[in-house]
Design a protein around this ligand. Structure first.
Ligand code: ADP
Ligand code: MG
Length: 448
């Protein structure tokens, strides 16, 4: 990644989280002046902007940079007018980031609800109308109609959006109702630390006193017995009091492995609605709605091009748009040619064969390393982690044997390969950023 690309990636995330006006005011004519020895210097056009970035945005900028390149240790700001160069192709552009610490569109600390997810900006189509209707009914009459409500569907199809919308709507309708949204990973880690700190009572009262409990991605409860047990009791306690429970998963309750039978039957006891892939019209409508939100004008030709190309993940539609917004801000005209070139990397071509070579190439590309370094037996810190990720992907995508992976990646022992695989797998489960990172690398792999 060049420093231009790095900065584009940062901007792409920032502009998702602040208003266009703020973005324009503070980030126009900024660039990365230099990047070496873990220090990034960001150039700003004047002292006012410099101060503002230092005071208001430094934390977020630093976090995004760190997430992109973990060797970054320090961010400095300088005044110098840079001609901002247009970057034609973005590789590995982070797409979604709900967790940035910006004053606007930030999730509430207490409820974990993010005001950006509401019914009003959720587009209804045949792929999601049942789920939407059920979610709406649950929000309007918590605990009365569909309890629990279980929504399932693939990645990036709007589950979190709908769940959050239920919470926001229910909270809006009656301000005295206690609403809480939590991911099952977060819930798990709370259970784990409550056990460790002997503070189970506190946890119980935290969740058993809410009116609407929303748990996202319950597939991650698989195999976590203690958490499942705790959740089972919480579930029953709320259910008996007619409190609304809303759940999501990437698959149906039946298909979640290692879920205790009693919990599975609870999940199946209410309303189950699935979300499938959106059809062309729905994709187009979502794109239009999102482009209005972002204040970018797309011609019919361009909108249909994007909606034709991106079919299986609505998050990617947002990501595509994001790239166009950035290009526009950089003064690039939005023509069908630019769109094609900008989206080239995003378009995951199906049916292409993944090979170990592609995985290694993608990981080195992503972390800006030489392939040779990755497969040589070096112990350098900046190599160790990408190598672990490569090992993980070799196993996860290709089911390569551990001895093979060890040999391939620097002549390591098979136990090293197993350790790497488990380590990364665990991180993906507990860390959103890691999940995104892997998703991005997978996008690169399928674009090769
Ligand atoms: P999931 O939780 O299923 O992985 P998300 O709810 O995070 O997916 O959705 C991914 C992105 O797509 C979000 O930005 C969300 O707002 C958007 N999105 C998904 N479905 C719709 C829809 N029907 N209308 C508008 N935006 C949508
Ligand atoms: Mg989600």
């Amino acid at each position: 990644m060049t420093k231009e690309e790095l900065w584009q990636a940062v901007l792409a995330q920032i502009q998702l989280n602040i208003s266009p006006a703020n973005f324009n005011t503070w980030f126009r004519n900024t660039a990365i002046l230099s990047f070496k020895d873990g220090q990034v210097v960001i150039s700003t056009p004047n002292s006012f902007t410099k101060e503002w970035l230092e005071q208001k945005y430094n934390k977020a900028i630093f976090k995004i940079l760190r997430d992109l390149k973990d060797e970054i240790k320090e961010v400095e700001y300088a005044i110098s007018r840079q001609e901002v160069k247009t970057v034609k192709e973005f590789t590995a552009l982070p797409i979604d980031s709900d967790q940035l610490e910006f004053p606007e569109l930030k999730a509430d600390k207490e409820t974990n609800l993010n005001p950006r997810y509401v019914f009003g900006n959720f587009i209804i189509g045949s792929s999601n109308e049942l789920a939407q209707a059920a979610a709406w009914a649950a929000a309007e009459n918590p605990g009365k109609i569909y309890n629990p409500l279980f929504i399932y569907g693939g990645v990036g199809l709007g589950k979190t959006h709908l769940l959050q919308a239920v919470g926001n709507e229910a909270a809006k309708n009656s301000s005295h109702k206690k609403v809480r949204y939590i991911t099952s990973e977060k819930f798990t880690s709370e259970v784990v630390s409550a056990i460790k700190n002997h503070s189970m009572e506190g946890l119980k009262s935290k969740y058993r006193t809410v009116d609407v409990l929303i748990i996202d991605d319950v597939q991650f409860l698989a195999g976590k017995e203690k958490t499942q047990e705790e959740f089972f009791h919480t579930f029953n306690s709320l259910y008996e009091k007619n409190k609304q429970i809303v759940l999501s998963s990437d698959r149906s309750p039946k298909a979640i492995p290692a879920l205790t039978e009693r919990l599975r039957s609870r999940f199946e006891g209410g309303m189950i609605a699935d979300i499938s892939y959106p059809d062309f019209e729905t994709r187009l409508a979502i794109l239009k709605q999102k482009s209005q939100e972002r204040k970018i004008n797309l011609s019919e030709e361009i909108s249909s091009y994007i909606a034709t190309k991106i079919q299986k993940n609505i998050r990617e539609l947002g990501g595509a748009l994001n790239r166009l917004v950035i290009a526009q801000k950089l003064g690039e005209p939005i023509t069908i040619e630019t769109v094609k070139s900008l989206l080239k990397n995003l378009l995951t071509t199906q049916n292409k064969i993944t090979t170990p070579k592609k995985i290694i190439q993608a990981v080195s590309d992503f972390y800006d390393l030489k392939e040779k370094d990755l497969i040589d037996p070096s112990r350098k810190r900046e190599i160790v982690r990408p190598r672990q990720i490569a090992m993980f992907l070799l196993r996860d995508n290709l089911k390569c044997s551990f001895p093979y992976i060890g040999r391939k990646m620097g002549g390591k022992d098979h136990t090293t390969a197993i350790h790497s695989y488990k380590k990364i797998l665990n991180e993906i489960k507990t860390n959103e950023n890691m999940k995104d990172e892997i998703e991005l690398i997978n996008q690169i792999i399928s674009s090769l």
